[in-house]
Every structure is written in C-alpha cells, then in structure tokens.
Design a protein around this ligand. Structure first.
Ligand code: 1GP
Length: 270
C-alpha cells in the first residue's frame, strides 16, 4: 500500500502564508457549546486550525461532543458566508484536529489527529503504548493521522509531569536539535515544542531556532504564549504554527475574544 499525504496534513504543512495561529480547546474546561462559540470567534479573527485535547479530564464522550459541536458551528458560518457575496468561504477553512492525551480521548468526527510520540518521555506509555491502544480505533474511524514528534521543554507544567518528560532546558540547543533530527529520521511530518499549558515562560526562542535549523518538519510551538509579542518572537525564531489554549479560554464573550485574537494574529505577523 502506498501512502500519500492526506488533505489535512497538506493543509497543515502549507507554510506559504507565514506563521499561522491555532486555538487549543480543552473539552475538560468548557461545554461543547462554549467551545463552539470560541472557535467561531477565533476563526473569524483569523485562526486557521482548531486543536482539541488536554492532559487530564478528557474522555471519548466529552471529546466527541466537543468536536461535533465545533464542526456544526463552523459549517453553519461557512454556509452563511456563501450566502453573503462580500465574504469568502475559504476564510472559514479550519480543520478540527485531535491533540489527544492518550487512546481514551478520541473522536471519529475530527479531520485529523496529531499521532504523536512524546519523544523526551521516560515512559513507554507516551512513547508507544497509548499509540498502540489508539491505532485500531483511528484506522476504523478513518481519521487522518498527522505523524508528530512532541517535545516538552521547560518549564513543562502538567504535561511535563504527567508525561514523565526529561525537560529540555533553555540553552540545550544540542538536545533539541538531536530530537528534531530523530523526528525527521522517523518520518514524522510535524514537530511540536511544548512549554506546558499555562507555562510562566514560553519555549525559549533559541530552542525554537535550533529545532528549525535541524529539520524540515512543520514546526508548532505552544505553551505560555499570552500575547502577540510572544507569538511574534516564536514566529521570528521559526515557528510555522503558534498555539494558544489558556488565552482563548479566558474569554467567555465571543466579540471580545475575536478582537483580542485579531490583534494577537496581527502582531504575530507584523
Ligand atoms: C498546551 O501548548 C498548548 O498544550 C497551549 O498552552 O494553554 O499556555 O496557551 P497555553
């Protein structure tokens, strides 16, 4: 069987528009309705992808209900935009991609899944066991897999602890480079540098630049990015995607969130 990149992977790998923003929705932190409202606000502000996942408190039910609610809401606004000659349907293209903590938090309704190895974990659970558990469901559901190396950098937060990671510290460019080379050699297509959700400091720019230099994978950076200036620093260091979770979840009002993200994305690309 030959394998070619599916539509979601091709979309994620397309870097012709510079650095793009994605929001991370944690189904354990909000109702599906609130998640859908936040996603509509984010996509209308210019976010280009929705990641769904979280390190704790997610299960098949809340993940699936959240993905379905987001899909329905985005489809509705996409349809509405086709009725309005002044707007462009394409601007509503934002795939919904699972970013799972493990095999117990999946959904058949997603466009894709970051099929990842937590490369600097010391636990076989995050290196291969959860993937082994989840693969039959993913194959059966026909969800497109996006092969990804996932590396937790300091401070690491909850995912660093739960994932039993030996964190990559600021200044350890050699180590992050070697992981980036390893990810490419494995045939992964994406590389995610994570500082941990809610991290006091985001991934160090020197580490991002070293990973960028060491591989040609699509580079995703997240954790502790709270404003456009931090996003701009990640973009300048080589990030293809910047992810925000907490920032999005701190707004319940959709109009306010849309304004904040519009400014955020504008500054990131300035
Ligand atoms: C966590 O990188 C993401 O996996 C997002 O982090 O919640 O700090 O934005 P924040």
């Amino acid at each position: 069987m030959t394998s070619t990149a599916g539509p979601t992977l091709r979309y994620v790998q397309n870097t012709s528009d510079g650095t793009r923003h994605a929001i991370l929705i944690d189904p354990a932190d909000q109702t599906p309705e609130m998640a859908a409202k936040r996603c509509v606000a984010a996509v209308s502000a210019g976010s280009k992808m929705v990641l769904v996942g979280g390190s704790t408190g997610t299960d098949m039910k809340n993940v699936h209900n959240t993905v379905v609610a987001i899909r329905e809401a985005l489809e509705l606004v996409r349809w509405a935009s086709t009725q309005d000659s002044g707007s462009y349907e394409d601007s509503w293209t934002a795939p919904i991609v699972l970013f799972p903590a493990g095999a117990a938090a999946l959904s058949s309704a997603a466009d894709g899944i970051t099929f990842m190895m937590l490369m600097n974990s010391t636990s076989t659970r995050f290196l291969i066991d959860e993937q082994f558990e989840g693969a039959p469901f993913i194959r059966q559901a026909g969800v497109e897999t996006l092969p990804m190396g996932y590396i937790v950098c300091a401070p690491g937060g909850r995912v660093g602890k739960v994932g039993e990671a030996t964190l990559i510290e600021k200044g350890d460019e050699d180590r992050v480079s070697a992981y980036a080379m390893t990810a490419q050699a494995y045939g992964f297509q994406l590389l995610y540098l994570e500082a941990g959700s809610g991290a006091a400091t985001p991934v160090d720019a020197g580490l991002i630049a070293a990973a960028r230099e060491a591989c040609n994978l699509t580079l995703i950076v997240g954790g502790g990015i709270r404003d456009g200036a931090a996003a701009k620093r990640a973009a300048a260091a080589g990030a293809d995607w910047v992810i925000t979770g907490n920032l999005t979840e701190s707004f319940d009002d959709a109009d306010e969130l849309q304004e904040v993200l519009k400014d955020f994305i504008g500054e990131m690309n300035s």
